[in-house]
Design a protein around this ligand. Structure first.
Ligand code: COA
Ligand code: MG
Length: 294
């Protein structure tokens, strides 16, 4: 089980077939990069994309951003070769598309174990089909296994819209019940959960609004398609000044000798419990780690 916190505010998709985009990564302040072999790569460019990925990881063995490789479905034509290539690159994680059952994760875990893949290679799961949403609870439970590799859910809103006929309407009102369900399941399995992409990258105001919405819903970050989206996502998914000030005051209040043995205290007219202290410490740790990373 992953113990240490890593910021995943901004998670940028980069098509592995796009040499210009690959070259740009080192200059970007994104928390994580998803190197895509799946939908962003055309069917006749799959082999070439895999090769480009191998070359990229050989030339760039380390990175300040977390690195995830999205492979094609194992059951399909390209998945097995993608998995071999991804494993050899030693990324931080491999992202599996259209995960629908716990077995989809277990099968890949077994292949990684049988081939002695580094334990540091984690698994992320796309939840993007009706069946995947319905089974998100059971899938997320794998996150509680001490020997498991599952760390994170990524929501595929474009696929959910396609599969269900639910449009990506203003405010995502019809999608929200399913998104909240996925978030709840992820948290029950102690997984991070990353929001879907915002397709209209020229619409910066709409994107910022959707980031704020995702953050309030409980997402840990947002998947992105364009570098211009990174700064807004980083801002929306990190604690703001008011949250930091509140967290600091809660930590300071519980540190007072007179509050040492208390479970609940009054602070500025509000009840504060030790569970709030745990959250406050987590909020401060986020900023601390972000500072260390910079
Ligand atoms: N990652 C890294 N760099 C990217 C990028 C990305 N996802 N998208 C664009 N860039 C780079 C471009 O290469 C260009 O670089 P330059 O400054 O060296 O010229 C710069 O950012 C500006 O790009 P721009 O010209 O505005 O966009 P584009 O026409 O090159 O690309 C898309 C537009 C949508 C095709 C491209 O952003 C993209 O492929 N995004 C990811 C799609 C994806 O992965 N989808 C699957 C998951 S939903
Ligand atoms: Mg998809």
């Amino acid at each position: 089980m992953r113990k240490t916190f890593r910021p995943r505010r901004s998670v940028l998709y980069v098509p592995a077939s796009n040499a210009k985009a690959l070259a740009k990564i080192a200059s970007l302040d994104t928390d994580a990069v998803i190197f895509d072999l799946e939908d962003a790569v055309a069917p006749d460019a799959k082999d070439e994309a895999r090769e480009a990925l191998r070359d990229y990881f050989r030339a760039n063995p380390a990175s300040k951003a977390e690195r995830i490789i999205r492979i094609n479905a194992l059951a399909g034509e390209w998945g097995a070769e993608d998995l071999l290539a991804a494993r050899a690159c030693k990324p931080d994680a491999i992202l599996l598309p259209k995960v629908e059952t716990p077995q989809d994760i277990v099968s890949v875990t077994e292949i990684l174990e049988e081939t002695d893949a580094s334990e540091n290679i984690r698994l992320w799961a796309m939840i993007e089909t009706p069946r995947g949403i319905l089974n998100a609870d059971e899938i997320a439970e794998l996150g509680l296994r001490s020997t498991g590799r599952l760390d994170c859910f990524v929501v595929g809103t474009n696929d959910i819209a396609k599969e269900t006929g639910t449009g990506l309407s203003e405010g995502r009102s019809y999608l929200i019940p399913w998104l909240m369900q996925i978030i709840l399941c992820a948290k029950a399995g102690r997984l991070d959960v990353i929001d879907g992409v915002y397709n209209n990258f020229a619409d910066t105001a709409g994107f910022a609004t959707e980031c704020t919405q995702g953050s309030k819903m409980g997402f840990d970050g947002k998947t992105l398609i364009h570098p211009s989206q990174i700064d807004a996502a980083n801002r929306a998914f990190q604690p703001d000044e008011a949250m930091l000030a509140e967290a600091e005051s809660i930590v300071a209040a519980f540190a007072l000798p007179e509050n040492a043995g208390k479970g609940a205290i009054a602070l500025n007219g509000k009840m504060v419990e030790r569970l709030h202290l745990a959250n406050a410490e987590k909020t401060l740790a986020k900023v601390q780690i972000k500072g260390d990373k910079a």
